[in-house]
Write a protein of this length. Structure first.
Lengths: 278, 292
């Protein structure tokens, strides 16, 4: 498309290129700066004027692995977010299947009601959940947090998967039923393979939302089950603040999710808007 | 016909777990919150759970920190909405046109949305906003201005910037996707008729973006009403109550002052506020569903 442009259009494209790149670099700058700072010494990290060129060091990363329980927090994050996303898929796929292929007069109402549970502000149920967790000894456990995350993301997952299932032509299911497939085979051998991409995107969205979740992980965990969000929050103590170390810990904590997010950017829109934008 | 009925009841069984779990998740804690909100219930005084009617609500509404919390919530939500939707529309339209490196620019612009809130807050608080060593204080000096101590001089503005930075990509992402599904032939036809970029934007893009804009507005409102981690990790609601929003106020009353009754009353107020927005959002999404 760019090969065949008049010089007027070329100027326009060049101008757009300059403006768009400026905007993008401004927005991205804090992340760039965080990553850069993570490779500085503590002294270079707070130097004024800021240093763009310096001798990079891996000391901060080494120190995080040696002197903090980083691996434990990271493991908690992995267990809780992967666990809750898998559990969510197991519950959401059959529900979405039932509503997409066997719609009843109540289906629309059910879907909207599920959406409405997502609107409930977490502070509204913080106290009972906290007290229930205390009485059931679920406070500061990975199991408790996994359950909360699964429930928190369930409506979004059902919705997102539902919109993908709706795109499968019902005739294909008819055909597989003619061949004598039962419901379980139909889901696992026809529906799931046909919406692999959509299911992967739904799983990733749940994973991203759980990984970044901060309200419940700050309020329901202390040390044993604390996730990376809570670990990073412990750097808010003004006395013990080391910028280079904070940056290294932060870079490690956001890197995997940033990559997942970039990979599934387009498909996530559907889940984030409950199918209203595709 | 027999297999058809069999499949229907099967479908019901498949749907059941999700529905039951969500009922339990929503109904049980919410009714407990309502129940606690009419009790004189403090965790520091075990055994005392007297019924006090609406006293907690009266206390909550007459507490000056509630007024501050409500005001701060509205200021935060309103400002972030204006910033993210205004800039978001502009940037989405900007990066929708052809230019070099479009894919990389999109990736860079979306990135902040995937950063966890605590990282976001601490990176801004220290690396960017710090009055002595922060990057912005350097920018100020370059232009010959005096650096600003954001969190003591303009604490609320600082929070607004942090939260807007996180949510701007959300608006861009949704609007960008919506723009891609815009009818390009219609745009070409309008251009051939002599319509300038402003006319195309006003008469084709804006009507096309109407629904996505409404969706962005409402989903953001729901999330912004309960912003918590950004305040928890930066200002702790202070100085004074300058950055205390409803979510933080309720957290403070429940888990720091152990006043369950009062915090529950606040929780119910927050639920009602969110519901007002939710009703509209559900109506819009319901319309989408009907179009299927």
């Amino acid at each position: 498309m760019l090969l065949n442009l008049h010089s007027h259009n070329l100027m326009k494209t060049l101008l757009a290129t300059v403006i768009c790149w400026t905007v993008a670099l401004l927005i991205f700058f804090p992340i760039f700066w965080m990553v850069l700072t993570s490779f500085k010494t503590e002294i270079a990290a707070i130097s004024m004027p800021p240093q763009f060129i310096f001798e990079p060091t891996l000391d901060n990363y080494r120190r995080i692995f040696e002197r903090t329980n980083y691996t434990r927090y990271a493991w908690n994050s992995v267990v809780v977010s992967v666990g809750s996303s898998i559990l969510g898929m197991i519950i959401a796929v059959p529900a979405a299947y039932a509503m997409a292929f066997y719609p009843s007069p109540r289906t629309k109402g059910t879907l909207l009601w599920m959406l409405s549970t997502k609107m409930l502000p977490p502070v509204g149920v913080l106290i009972p959940i906290y007290l229930l967790f205390r009485d059931l000894s679920l406070l500061d456990t990975r199991l408790g947090l996994t359950m909360i995350f699964m429930l928190m993301n369930l409506p979004i997952m059902v919705w997102m998967i539902y919109t993908y299932f709706r795109e499968i032509p019902p005739e294909i299911l008819e055909a597989s039923r003619m061949d004598g497939a039962n419901t379980r085979e139909e889901i696992l051998k026809v529906v799931v393979p046909m919406s692999k991409g959509g299911l992967a995107a739904s799983f990733l969205l749940a994973l991203i939302l759980s990984w970044n979740e901060a309200f419940w992980s700050l309020n329901l965990t202390a040390s044993r089950a604390a996730t990376l969000t809570a670990f990073i929050a412990s750097y808010s103590n003004p006395e013990g603040l080391f910028w280079a170390r904070l940056s290294a810990a932060s870079t490690l904590a956001v890197a995997p999710i940033l990559i997942f997010g970039w990979l599934s950017m387009k498909q996530l829109v559907r889940g984030l808007t409950f199918g209203a934008v595709k | 016909m027999a297999t058809h009925n069999y499949n229907r009841s099967m479908a019901r069984w498949l749907l059941m777990p999700a529905v039951l779990l969500l009922i339990v998740w929503m109904a049980v804690p919410l009714s407990m919150t309502i129940y606690y909100s009419v009790l004189d219930f403090n965790l520091l005084m075990p055994g005392m759970r007297d019924f006090v009617g609406f006293e907690n609500y009266v206390f909550f509404f007459t507490d000056p920190s509630f007024i501050a919390g409500l005001r701060n919530t509205l200021v935060l939500v309103g400002s972030v909405l204006i910033i993210t939707i205004g800039l978001g529309t502009l940037i989405a339209v900007l990066i929708d046109q052809p230019f070099y490196g479009r894919n990389i620019v999109r990736i860079l612009v979306i990135a902040p949305f995937f950063i966890m809130p605590t990282v976001n807050a601490l990176v801004w608080k220290n690396l960017m906003f710090h009055p002595v060593n922060g990057f912005l204080s350097f920018v100020y000096r370059v232009f010959g201005a005096t650096p600003v101590d954001w969190f003591s001089q303009y604490p609320m503005l600082a929070i607004i910037i942090i939260v807007s930075w996180q949510w701007l990509p959300f608006a861009i992402l949704i609007l960008m996707t919506a723009l891609q599904s815009m009818d390009q032939q219609q745009v070409e036809a309008a251009r051939l008729e002599g319509a300038g970029p402003v006319a195309v934007f006003r008469h084709i893009a804006i009507p096309h973006l109407q629904r996505p804009l409404v969706v962005v507005l409402m989903i953001q409102t729901i999330f912004l009403l309960t912003i918590f981690a950004e305040i928890y990790t930066t200002t702790g609601g202070g100085p004074g109550t300058q950055t205390t929003n409803l979510a933080y106020l309720i957290f403070h009353q429940a888990l720091l002052q152990f006043d369950v009754g009062m915090a529950s009353a606040g929780g119910i107020v927050a639920v009602i506020l969110a519901n007002i927005v939710a009703i509209f959002l559900i109506r819009v999404v319901g319309k989408t569903l009907a179009e299927h």
